[in-house]
Design a binder for this molecule. Sequence first.
Ligand SMILES: [Zn+2]
Length: 385
Amino acid sequence: MKLTHTLLLFGILLSYTAFGQTHNAYYQTLVNQVSADQLESKLTSFANFGEKQLGSPEASNAFNWLVDLYESWGYTSIEQHEVNAWGESGYNLIVTKTGTVYPDTYIIIDGHYDTINGPGANDNGSGTAIILEMARILKDIPTEYSIKFIHFTAEEWGLIGSYQYVEDIVLPQNLDIRLVFNIDQVGGIAGDINDTITCEQDEEFPSSNNSQSSLFTNQLMTCVELYSDLETNLGEAYGSDYVPFQEEGFVVTGLYEYNESPYPHTSEDTLENVDFGFILQVAKATMGAICHFAVVQEDMSVNDANFDQVQIFPNPVDDELIVQSNSAKISKIHLTDLTGKILWSSSKVESEMKINTSHLPNGVYLLNLMKGKLSSSKKIIVQHK
Ligand SMILES: [Zn+2]
């Protein structure tokens, strides 16, 4: 019975999706690092540059400030992409963090930094401050997928910066993009109750990418619920920098405020008129989502206090895994495959051990550490060069 089989398979897929995405304690430690002070200071600097239209000194100042921040955090892949329109020019900023397992596949998190008719505290200082906070926290956190943090210009003139980026770079370089995650106008309204965020899915032509967008947007909604205090609303992706990507068949999702502010594109789009508490919650939700989309790799030294002296590296590993236990007094170590079959074991644990992984097929393994009655396991990825 073909119909029955189809329904059964659909049911299995649905439950896998629902149960596959659970609260992750390590992601939560990163969400907890999202700082209200950092967000407020970035947003304040952003607003104080004034109106940042393409070609203006204010836009140039804001661009240089963004570059300086990324450099101060130690990012090295910082590119400027020239944008030209109506006799004016400026730059998109693209900062790349390389993934450990899929270095050539990108999660793009983007938002525009140009503003029109005002300082743009909400539109889009809010998204800009959140992207910066993600980049600050994730600098030294390994992710399986590469991340591109992109600050577009000339969005307010008709998505010109993102259209030119897709045309000049994405298509000629045939970039492998897993997801474009756009953040635009998530500042809320000061004095209002801002307790809901709209998660945006692609409902436009072409339709080939719509179901994937729906899947990622559902995951985004789950992340909002898991890692912030906000409620979710499902909306349609339109009128922002994901559009040039979605038109070329890429998978997009986005965040936009549900309680829509009347101030954007006016001189009233100021720090006084946004809700900093709401921006903090959107930033927490975004951090949970980026951990999920880029697949942050857990660091056992952070998530398990009993084994906090143990360093395990590199991960992913090619032919030799190093375990440094220092003062942790590990009594036994073994490496298993995902079925639990022991592939390597040692009960004579020295302060530094080297485990030969050269013969293991590429894949996921578990390193189990025991200390008296305590045990902990860490996911190890074998990836031969
Ligand atoms: Zn905007």
